[in-house]
Design a protein. Structure first.
Length: 70
């Protein structure tokens, strides 16, 4: 019962603004994971980083993530 009282309501977290800095940090973490698991090589870094950044930005700002239009 005490755990329920500690939970933050969903509406208060969804009202926080998403900053460019937060989007960049999330993008960086995703790209680092790709590098760690061997899914990203240096020649593809720039293209992959841009794709991940666009996807994270669109998702964070509530836009639909549509690979066809990216």
């Amino acid at each position: 019962m005490s755990q329920d009282a500690k939970k933050e309501p969903v509406s208060s977290t969804s009202n926080k603004s998403i900053t460019d800095e937060l989007i960049m940090k999330i993008t960086k973490e995703v790209v680092i994971k790709f590098i760690e698991v061997g899914r990203l090589s240096p020649p593809k870094f720039a293209e992959t980083f841009q794709d991940v950044h666009r996807t994270v930005s669109d998702a964070a700002r509530g836009g639909a993530v549509d690979k066809e239009n990216a």
